[in-house]
Design a binder for this molecule. Structure first.
Ligand SMILES: Cc1ncc(COP(=O)(O)O)c(C=O)c1O
Length: 587
């Protein structure tokens, strides 16, 4: 084709390229391309020489693909355009392009058969009206406008203001045009998250609304300070965003003070150290191998290096924290700060008991609810409010917000915490994240969120039951929350080997130390499982039994070196994940 567009007879090339990509996730792409190719070959063979646009769109849409048409070309019933002739002398639409498209509307992959000169045009698919008809008039207008632009989409013409814009990097191409490599990786990761059963206990899927808020103009703004007291001008809007987030956090958790600026959970915890401790002071937290977090004083963390950390664990017989042991340690060591909560605790945290001990030794009690914040907000785990002086949380786990964190407290500690976050530890807050936190907090305040939080726990309990009945050994014998810690010692497979085998089968989780683990942290005895993400997709307790069965089959297949059995599970995983929409991905 003179304009660089490849005629439809080259659709086979699309399929070949897709096949060559090879890996699991791309196989689905190849399958889509195959359907596209079939649609094209129907047109090519003359079966559909003058296809109605709506017929084509439904055919291609059913294949999960998108159809791009040029104005005035075949397929556009209103304005039939030039046709090409195939080798058998049959006419077919010369400029019909059918390609897989992701649910964001971005093209799958970088399809080199498409000339960059017309790329801008092809990127514009007709806008679909709510009644499923297409606004072709508007589309044609868009395309005409686009057709005047440079092929790379950067600017019009080579002279004048447009060229200046290009030279000064003030042109404004979209992600795919500006950086196809990253655009492809974003699509690949979206696809990966869509196609696997995600059981990483610290992860979730945010809603589309939260996702949208994270990618906004708010990322452009600096706003050191707090609402009404900033070090930069132009805070008319940002102050409102942050105030909304703060007020929503206070209302949702029932706290007197909230700071939504910590960049993430670790800096939030470091701010707590800065607020209440001097270097060398004693802090008490749960040991990392017992389920605590690095930032609660573990030796390799700054919190363990710069402070005198004493650590409690769990009882070997029960796998649970023994509050008498905690009290004994606190009385002996007199810490200034006590952390409760952690990163691999499958059981309810006894906030009142921790508060009593803290009061007895005059310590500040910090409840790190990073993992369970969504459960607390949804009423599926007791709240630390009224017991803990300070509550630290990430916003991206069961709470279903963006990557971020919050510190909450009684009014008494508000000033110390705010000063520690800024200017003590951080500069400007990430305002796009603050906006997304506000959205997540609004979502968590809806009555449905209570149902969601309970469903997370129900799913965890069902998964625990499914695994226990298949002979798996759970630390503490089960779960009260979203999290399970599985000791694979009796299954005679290391955690890392099991986690990697499961990942190959599309079941994503992490290897994890278990209490009193004789193995090293980078190759420990256990795996950690969480049910927040699968619950966000709508999976239920019945699915959890299926998942437990798969975990069992993959572990056994891995031990027996039975690749076929693992591959069979992988196929079943793909079937299941197709049934549940992925939050954040349209369609
Ligand atoms: C209990 C707890 N606190 C703090 C953090 C740290 O959060 P981040 O990874 O956002 O720094 C985590 C992360 O997993 C956590 O589980």
């Amino acid at each position: 084709m003179t304009d660089g567009n490849v005629p439809v007879r080259d659709a086979g090339d699309l399929l070949r390229r897709a096949r060559r990509l090879g890996d699991l996730s791309q196989r689905e792409l190849a399958a889509r391309a195959e359907v596209s190719a079939r649609v094209v070959s129907r047109i090519e063979s003359g079966e559909t020489t003058a296809p109605r646009l709506d017929t084509l769109l439904s055919l291609v849409g059913a294949a999960g693909c998108h159809l791009a048409l040029r104005p005035g070309l075949p397929g556009d019933v209103a304005e039939p355009g030039p046709a090409a002739t195939d080798r058998a002398g049959r006419q077919f639409p010369a400029h019909l392009d059918v390609r897989p498209v992701d649910r964001f509307g971005a093209w799958w992959g970088d399809w080199p058969f498409l000339s960059t000169r017309v790329e801008k045009i092809w990127h514009r698919a007709p806008r679909q009206r709510p009644d499923n008809t297409f606004d072709l008039a508007r589309w044609r207008r868009d395309v005409r406008r686009a057709a005047g632009e440079r092929p790379d989409g950067y600017a019009r013409g080579d002279d004048g203001p447009a060229a200046t814009r290009r030279r000064q990097m003030t042109h404004d191409p979209d992600l795919r045009t500006a950086d196809a490599e990253i655009a492809d990786l974003v699509v690949a990761e979206s696809e990966r998250q869509r196609d696997c059963v995600r059981l990483i206990a610290s992860e979730n899927y945010v809603s589309r609304a939260v996702l949208e808020a994270t990618g906004t103009m708010l990322t452009n703004k600096y706003s050191e300070g707090y609402a009404g007291k900033r070090y930069y001008e132009g805070q008319q809007v940002i102050d409102q965003v942050e105030t909304l987030a703060v007020e929503r956090a206070k209302a949702l958790f029932g706290v007197e003070h909230a700071n939504v600026q910590p960049y993430s959970g670790s800096p939030a915890n470091l701010a707590v150290f800065l607020a209440f401790l001097d270097p060398g002071d004693t802090v008490m937290g749960m040991a990392l191998p017992a389920g605590g977090h690095l930032t609660h004083g573990w030796s390799v963390s700054a919190t363990g290096k710069w402070f005198r950390a004493v650590q409690y664990g769990v009882r070997k017989e029960t796998g649970r924290v023994d509050m008498d042991d905690v009290r004994d340690l606190a009385l002996a060591e007199r810490p200034k700060v006590i952390f409760c909560g952690g990163t691999a605790i499958p059981r309810t945290i006894d906030f009142p008991a921790f508060a009593e001990i803290a009061r007895e030794v005059g310590a500040v009690l910090v409840a790190d609810i990073a993992h369970i914040a969504g459960l607390v907000a949804g009423g599926a785990h007791p709240s630390p409010v009224g017991h803990a002086d300070v509550i630290s949380t990430t916003t991206h786990k069961t709470l279903r917000g963006p990557r971020g964190a919050m510190l909450m407290s009684t009014a008494e500690h508000a000033k110390a915490l705010d000063k520690a976050v800024f200017p003590g530890l951080q500069g400007g807050p990430h305002n796009h994240t603050t906006a997304a936190i506000a959205v997540a907090l609004k979502e968590a305040a809806q009555p449905e969120f209570r149902t969601y939080a309970q469903a997370i726990v129900d799913n965890a309990k069902a998964l625990a039951e499914g695994l226990t009945s298949r002979g798996f050994d759970l630390v503490s014998g089960g779960t009260d929350n979203h999290l399970l810690l599985v000791d694979l010692t009796t299954k005679e497979i290391p955690g890392k080997q099991a986690a990697k085998a499961l990942d190959r089968a599309g079941i994503e989780l992490n290897y994890n130390s278990v209490p009193f683990d004789p193995r090293k942290p980078f190759d420990p005895s256990g795996i950690r499982i969480g049910t927040a993400a699968v619950t966000s997709r709508g999976m239920t307790t019945a699915d959890m039994d299926t998942v437990a069965g798969w975990i069992d089959q993959v572990v056994e297949a891995e031990k027996a070196g039975d690749a076929a059995a693992a591959e069979k599970v992988a196929g079943e995983v793909r079937e299941l994940t197709r049934r549940y929409p992925t939050p954040g991905l349209p369609g």
